[in-house]
Design a protein around this ligand. Sequence first.
Ligand code: MN
Length: 237
Amino acid sequence: MRPIIGLTHSLQGNEDSVYTPTSYPNAIIEAGGTPIFLPVTSDPELLSQYLDMVDGILFTGGDDIDPQFFGENQIWGCGEVIPKRDECEIRLCRMALERKTPVLGICRGIQLLNVALGGTLYQDLASQKKDSIRHQQQQRSRYGSHPVALSNGSRLAGIYGRNSVMVNSHHHQAVKDAAEALAVTALSPDGVIEGIEMPGHPFFVGVQWHPERQVQNPEDTEHIKLFRAFVDACRPA
Ligand code: MN
């Protein structure tokens, strides 16, 4: 049986259209899972039913997270936010944690996991962390543009089988203060947090890069490992 992975998605237009790049479901399929989309809702009963239906959840990328959810006002560098998506995903993340459902967060997804557990974000790296390297690369997203150092003994280091990996970079926000329950396990050369995980959890991992786009590079053999590890962790016992 292929594990069923629920994917969050973004909204477009007047918040009346569903939007998500196909690279997310494609990576889940390639890794042996069955992807389904979970429409935005804040109804706890619906969210609970979503969790009954899936073996794992992938929190996908997209717009900025509204700083109100980590107790700040928006600064000038903050981009477009969709509070009702944030609210849905924060609730879903907390409910998933109660059930120990495996969770993977990508790009905005790592930020979402962190905020749901009480952490904070840089609203805009360029204005709030001036010594940071370029995190909005110009080359195509199937190519990495900066390395991340993976912590010894971390799940991410185990998955990639090494302590450094080249990753793409398409973000202007990032985890600032990691939530207490989370271990920081990937750092870019300027010290920006690019990977978090919850020790002892079956699979609670967030990455700031877009592995689903790097797997589209036929020469890349590294990043599918993350999806395989996630899908394997979602297999019902
Ligand atoms: Mn980066």
